[in-house]
Design a protein around this ligand. Structure first.
Ligand code: ST9
Ligand code: ZN
Ligand code: ZN
Length: 301
């Protein structure tokens, strides 16, 4: 619980209800999958959409827009913005604002999903309550001018309330129904709801599990950990102790290979010139950090 005595937890019941409904339909989706009432095309579509859209978070909202770990030409920014919209995890602006505040004020009341308030709060509980006043107060000190200057981010923010439900729920429901005659309700519960809920939990694990379980080779004074399981579910976003120390590294990890598909994709985009100015920590910097891992020296974001 919070350390600020005057703070009172305020539950936002509409959010609780909506999150409950997402899970209700996703569980029905699991039933349709395991009772084999789903068509193979829908399974493939659901899997591909979930995995590819995840890059909109990892390559896009996280490494490009939030941490400026590389720069991207307009076509790549448009593609990543579209994929991030499919994930329905708040618009890029709001996503990055919360995430920058998380990095700047990690493990304090001003951290939107402060791990000291427990697994459930940091995982999904924080989306069901009003934010701690410190989040909004100290959040105002975080510079967002780079995102305010990006027309792609501005466009998405302006029309997000329509774009997100259409591209995350309506289109994924219609595609299997229209192209291979999937039952409309099966399509909704699987390609829309099940895919969405799974991708939410994978993302939320970075805020919960990767702040609890794992090693801390780079900074032992913070809660963020190196978590291989989370990394394998999130295209390489589980190397979170490293990431909190070097948040501007496009690999978000010491090593960019193996399960770090986001880093591989950024490198591929760099080869065709759509990504450039990739930033990464040198082996010397990393070794120095390892040698002094008992002391806290975190870069804000
Ligand atoms: C979701 C997001 O799930 C998940 C993000 C996870 C991030 C993980 C990162 C890890 C790395 C990457 C991993 C990728 C893995 C991908 C794998 C994929 C396979 N600073 O928010 P409000 C101010 S979203 C500064 O309403 P309340 C501001 O003035 C899921 N100021 O606060 C704001 O007004 P405006 C779907 C801030 O009222 C005002 O306060 N969404 C900040 O307390 C009000 O803001 C949902 O379920 C700040 N940080 O409400 C719920 N924050 O915006 C969506 C606020 O006009 N959210 N202000 O400028 C909500 O309903 C509400 O935010 C609330 C809090 C009820 C949670
Ligand atoms: Zn973190
Ligand atoms: Zn980050």
């Amino acid at each position: 619980m919070s350390s600020t005595s005057s703070y009172k937890l305020k539950i936002v019941w509409p959010n609780v209800l909506v999150l409950f409904l997402y899970h209700y339909f996703a569980i029905l989706g699991i039933y349709y999958i395991f009772s084999l009432q789903i068509k193979l095309g829908t399974v493939l579509f659901m899997f591909l959409l979930g995995r590819v859209a995840g890059l909109g978070i990892t390559m896009g909202a996280h490494r490009l827009w939030c941490h400026k770990a590389y720069k991207a030409k307009l076509p790549l920014r448009i593609i990543l913005c579209f994929l991030q919209t499919v994930t329905f995890q708040n618009c890029i602006y709001e996503w990055c604002r919360d995430h920058r505040v998380h990095h700047q004020f990690t493990d304090t009341d001003a951290d939107p999903h402060n791990i000291n308030r427990g697994f459930f709060f940091s995982h999904m509980g924080w989306l069901m309550v009003r934010k701690h006043p410190d989040v909004t107060k100290l959040g105002k000190t975080v510079n967002m001018s780079d995102l305010e200057a990006d027309p792609v981010v501005r466009f998405q923010k302006k029309f997000y309330v329509v774009l997100a439900p259409v591209f995350s729920f309506v289109v994924p429901t219609m595609v299997p129904w229209y192209f291979w005659n999937e039952d409309l309700y099966v399509s909704f519960c699987t390609a829309a709801m099940f895919r969405y809920v799974v991708s939410l939990h994978f993302t939320w694990l970075v805020n919960s599990a990767a702040h609890i379980w794992g090693t801390k080779p780079y900074n032992r004074s913070i809660k963020a950990t190196e978590n291989k399981v989370v990394s394998s579910l999130t295209w390489g976003e589980g190397w979170h102790n490293y990431h909190h120390v070097f948040p501007w590294d496009y690999k978000a990890a010491e090593l960019g290979t193996g399960d770090n598909f986001s880093a591989t994709c950024i490198e591929m985009m760099a080869k065709i010139g759509w990504a450039y100015d990739l930033r990464t920590a040198s082996p010397k910097m990393i070794q120095e950090r390892r040698d002094t891992s008992d002391t806290g020296s975190e870069t804000s974001y």
